[in-house]
Design a protein around this ligand. Structure first.
Ligand code: AMP
Length: 465
């Protein structure tokens, strides 16, 4: 999973891209990068780490020009490492080109073998590089023609930004699996593109609209032009963006992700009711649904777990093992909320089940009399091949266990999930745009909208939590 941001036609392009990426940091914490253009050439800086660490003022000052694209990365294909950090920048027959990609291509390995057979030399293991090679060998006269021709050959999920010295191109894949939206700065009107609208709030831009599936936007000094170069397909937006990935303040259609999650909590309270005294959330991902659940169930919503916001990527483990150390570093129970009470604990999803199991134990140790787990999405049974980091099928607890078995593993008094119908109806109602059938829900249903034969590497995606 990754976040992308771009701006065309503003003298502080790199600074605004830095801020745009900062608001997308939740989409990837592994590496960050910005490429800028001054109309003659491209300038780039990428490093492992958080946006704030990667771009001190001196570095940003070197990214001159009035257009820029940026990327925050959470590796799904190609593994981590600086070689796979983006934007990727290459020189080819038309000049310099920078690319930022969110998503996963499902036929990248086959294409790569073909390209290598024809002499292409790859510098990274990221699937994004395949697109660059296809653009380089295309005979199209303009960048937009080459991009359309290249993307006509790839399959999978992609939201993409391309930057050349004189233009920027944004593309959303034909099924619209990954998100991408267009906005404009309130002052001056420069066009901005981002994975989520939260980027626009920070830089005082207004959201214009989400890109349509299969839409290509070309931005240059002549303005913004929209094209639909691909065969029309049925919309299949990723439903897991609403469940877990997007920030709650992100706008989706006529609503927000917060509203979607709160309403999912309300529906969950009706679908999986339980007698209890208090509702608590696993912060931050479970908070909106817990608020909705409590409201619909007529129960108090209280803080039962607090979260440290200072958990770094590495920490020193104590010599003597402390029980549930990893989870405890991040979460700690609030005794006064829990002692002697029947507790409903809400989270957005169960992946392997290891976190939930530790949380249930933690709540009991802090005095909860009963612990009822409620999950504001259906059981996660299938891996994602379109850009969300999930483990292998065998590691997904719900792929091989019933709810009753999972409840026993968690040592919960009861376990309840939201139904897929409930989730789809709720997202469709709140956003007002996508019909209940317009989602990719392969992680819950196993119904993959892009058929493919899983490759060994795509079957072994690690879960980074
Ligand atoms: P687990 O212990 O594997 O069941 O992890 C469950 C937790 O992981 C929940 O709190 C989810 O919010 C969170 N989660 C769900 N999907 C992902 C993901 N793709 N990457 C990281 N965390 C996730």
């Amino acid at each position: 999973m990754c976040g992308i941001f771009g701006i065309f036609g503003h003298e502080e392009a790199a600074n605004l891209t830095y801020l745009g990426l900062h608001a997308l940091q939740h989409r990837g914490q592994e590496s960050a990068g910005i490429a800028s253009s001054d109309g003659r050439g491209l300038y780039v800086h990428r490093e492992m780490g958080l946006v704030q660490e990667v771009f001190p003022q001196a570095v940003l000052g070197r990214l001159v020009g009035s257009a820029a694209i940026g990327h925050v990365r959470y590796s799904t294909a190609g593994g981590s490492g600086i070689k796979n950090a983006q934007p990727l920048v290459v020189d080819f027959s038309m000049g310099s080109l920078a690319v930022a990609h969110n998503g996963n291509l499902t036929n990248a390995e086959g294409l790569r073998k073909e390209l290598e057979g024809r002499g292409s030399i790859f510098q990274s293991s990221a699937d994004t590089e395949t697109i660059v090679h296809l653009i380089a060998i295309s005979r199209g006269q303009t960048l937009e023609k080459r991009v359309a021709e290249a993307l006509g050959q790839v399959e999978g999920a992609y939201s993409l930004l391309f930057l050349m010295p004189d233009r920027m191109i944004a593309v959303r894949d034909p099924l619209g699996i990954r998100p991408l939206c267009l906005g404009k700065l309130k002052k001056g009107g420069a066009p901005v593109i981002a994975s989520e609208s939260v980027s626009f709030d920070l830089i005082e831009a207004e959201l214009d609209r989400e890109l349509s599936p299969g839409e290509m936007l070309v931005m240059d000094w002549g303005g913004v032009r929209s094209y639909f170069p691909f065969r029309r397909e049925e919309r299949r937006e990723c439903i897991f963006e609403h469940v877990y990935f997007s920030r709650p303040d992100t706008r989706v259609g006529k609503g927000t992700v917060y509203e979607v999650r709160r309403r999912c909590g309300e529906v969950l309270a009706r679908e999986a009711p339980v007698e209890a005294d208090v509702v608590v959330a696993v912060p931050d991902s479970g908070v909106p649904a817990a608020i909705g659940f409590a409201r619909a169930a007529g129960l108090p919503f209280e803080v039962g777990l607090t979260r440290s916001h200072y958990v770094g990527r590495t920490f020193i483990e104590p010599q003597q093992t402390i029980r549930h150390f990893g989870v405890r570093l991040k979460l700690n129970p609030v005794r006064s909320t829990l002692e002697g009470r029947r507790v409903v604990v809400i989270d957005d999803s169960i992946v392997r089940g290891t976190t939930s199991r530790k949380i249930v134990k933690m709540l009991r140790d802090a005095g909860a009399r009963e612990v009822h787990v409620r999950i504001s999405s259906p059981p996660t049974r299938w891996p994602c091949y379109y850009g969300i980091d999930t483990p292998t099928r065998g590691e997904l607890i719900a792929s091989s266990h019933t709810s009753e078995q999972i409840a026993r593993y968690l040592t919960a008094d009861s376990l309840g999930y939201l139904t897929l119908d409930g989730l789809q109806q709720t997202v469709a109602e709140v956003t007002g745009g996508t019909t209940p059938g317009g989602f990719c829900h392969a992680c819950f249903s196993g119904s993959y909208p892009i058929p493919f034969a899983p490759t060994p590497s795509s079957r072994q995606l690690p879960l980074l939590s």
